[in-house]
Design a protein around this ligand. Structure first.
Ligand code: SIN
Length: 323
């Protein structure tokens, strides 16, 4: 049986990071190694799949922008539309990987496997996690059962769904988790074990594409003693929407709530989310709730929903209940 044909699309990050010393795991230059160098660190890649590789970008993912998401999605869509490509692996910095993953999960029109991967230690570190993470990601993309699950994220032997995954630790190789849903699968010693499927519509089942405009949306956090000044400042930034990253159940102080409701009444799309990292925020009063989406992913969805022309709190809540 012939091996599947995978394209590795490199965008930068710590997985391509280079440090001055083998013990340097925090002080290093991200995105320094090119895709050929990255693949050369992974013995056995060619036994998993027939590999093509391309350098799409070389950025630290803290510098990713909505324009980067759109151009990456457009390139991935070209690759996925190619009958000579069976699946794609995207190497990416871990800092904003979850935002890019959820965006791609909503806009790519494909059933083919798309697996994102990063690393917490640079390629030059002792015990670098990137090479095995990349081999695992290719193994997942080549695995029976990977198709039709939307965008997947593989690190530290675990496979996560793009909607639920979050970076939950700043330093350690086990930095990724899906606090609400758990892992979608495991990959170990070249074997993939599936545990779950995505519950919500994604990829080919959404109306969004790489060409859907992204409306500007800001995130404002709630904390003890915070004033309403930052909320009030949002319309002047040109934003069409605001995600409230509130404590607990997306709650807001009396002052903050009054400001959020006033801006909502004036036509700004406001969505309440929780800064806790897990749980579910239901609609309350006139303000839509983000459900189980983190504030950062709620922003991605709101950008797409508003960009696609949705108007009014009911349309926004319906989108959050759906995706
Ligand atoms: C980045 O997000 O590009 C740097 C940090 C990392 O990849 O872990």
């Amino acid at each position: 049986m012939s091996l599947p044909r995978l394209c590795i699309v490199a965008t930068g990050g710590t997985i391509a990071g280079v440090g001055a010393r083998p013990q340097a795991t925090q002080a290093y230059a991200a995105a320094a190694l090119d895709v050929a160098g990255l693949c050369a660190t992974v013995p056995g890649l060619g036994e998993v799949a027939r590999i093509a590789a391309e350098q799409f970008a070389a950025i630290d993912s803290k510098n990713a922008t909505p324009a980067f998401w759109q151009s990456l999605a457009a390139r991935l869509q070209q690759l996925l539309d190619d009958p000579g490509v069976d699946g794609v692996v995207v190497t990416h910095g871990t800092d904003t990987l979850e935002e890019t993953a959820y965006y791609l999960h909503l806009v790519l029109k494909t059933d083919k496997p798309v697996v994102m991967v990063g690393a917490m230690r640079p390629a030059t570190a002792l015990s670098a996690d990137g090479p095995l993470n990349l081999l695992d990601a290719a193994t997942v993309a080549a695995a029976p059962g990977a198709a039709g699950r939307g965008v997947l994220v593989t690190l530290n032997h675990q496979i996560f769904g793009a909607r639920e995954v979050a970076k939950t630790n700043a330093n350690r190789p086990d930095a990724f988790a899906s606090p609400n849903a758990g892992a979608m699968g495991l990959v170990q010693d070249g074997r993939v074990t599936w545990l779950a499927r995505p519950e919500r519509p994604h990829t080919a089942s959404t109306p969004f594409t790489a060409a859907t405009p992204l409306a500007p949306v800001e995130v404002v956090a709630g904390y003890a003693g915070g004033s309403a000044a930052l909320i009030e400042a949002v319309p002047a930034t040109g934003a069409h929407g605001l995600v409230w990253a509130g404590p607990g159940n997306g709650s807001a102080s009396n002052e903050a709530l009054a400001a959020l409701e006033r801006l909502c009444g004036a036509g700004l799309a406001v969505v309440r989310a929780s800064r806790t990292g897990s749980g579910c925020v239901a609609a309350s009063g006139r303000l839509p709730g983000a459900g189980t989406l983190s504030p950062w992913k709620a922003r991605v969805l709101l950008m797409l929903v508003l960009g696609a022309g949705a108007e009014g709190t009911q349309a926004v809540q319906t989108a959050f209940d759906t995706y």
